[in-house]
Ligand binder design. Structure first.
Ligand code: THU
Length: 138
């Protein structure tokens, strides 16, 4: 499977997962899928709360699940935001948390319900990461 096909598959997982999001307040569902070093895929969704500040993002929920499953090195990330036509990228907090377990060149794809998709890397989303040598993966 070439890299583009792998990202297509990962994105489909994120898209399917977004249906499970718990987002009654924002009505903005997010699905995330991480490709782990062993080839497995771990997914996550956003989980909102009536105390809004307790909401957790899809990306960080996927990271937490993956870590609990013993995965500490992610090879790719896909994020789907079906309630926006245009792509919406990971928030700042998620970019830092993701960077803990990815090398800067790690591919990231995000897209909404429309045709446009962004294909980038965690290094572009989270540049000037001077403390990366302290992170879980280097
Ligand atoms: N959200 C995510 O899950 N990931 C992001 O990268 C951006 C925002 C969620 C949080 C909240 O439930 C909803 O999207 C609107 O901000």
């Amino acid at each position: 499977m070439n890299d583009s096909t792998k990202m297509d598959k990962l994105f489909l997982e994120a898209q399917n997962m977004a249906k499970m999001a718990y987002a009654p307040y924002s009505k903005f569902r997010v699905g995330a899928a991480l490709l782990c070093k062993d080839g497995s895929i771990v997914t996550g969704v956003n989980v909102e709360n009536r105390s809004f500040g307790l909401t957790t993002c899809a990306e960080r929920n996927a990271v937490s699940t993956a870590i609990a499953m013993g995965q500490r090195h992610f090879l790719a990330l896909a994020v789907c935001t079906p309630d926006s036509e245009e792509p919406v990228g990971p928030c700042g907090a998620c970019r830092q948390v993701l960077s803990e377990f990815m090398i800067p060149d790690t591919p990231v794809r995000f897209a909404g319900s429309g045709q446009n998709q962004v294909n980038t890397t965690i290094g572009e989303l989270y540049p000037f990461d001077s403390l990366h040598e302290l992170a879980g993966i280097h």
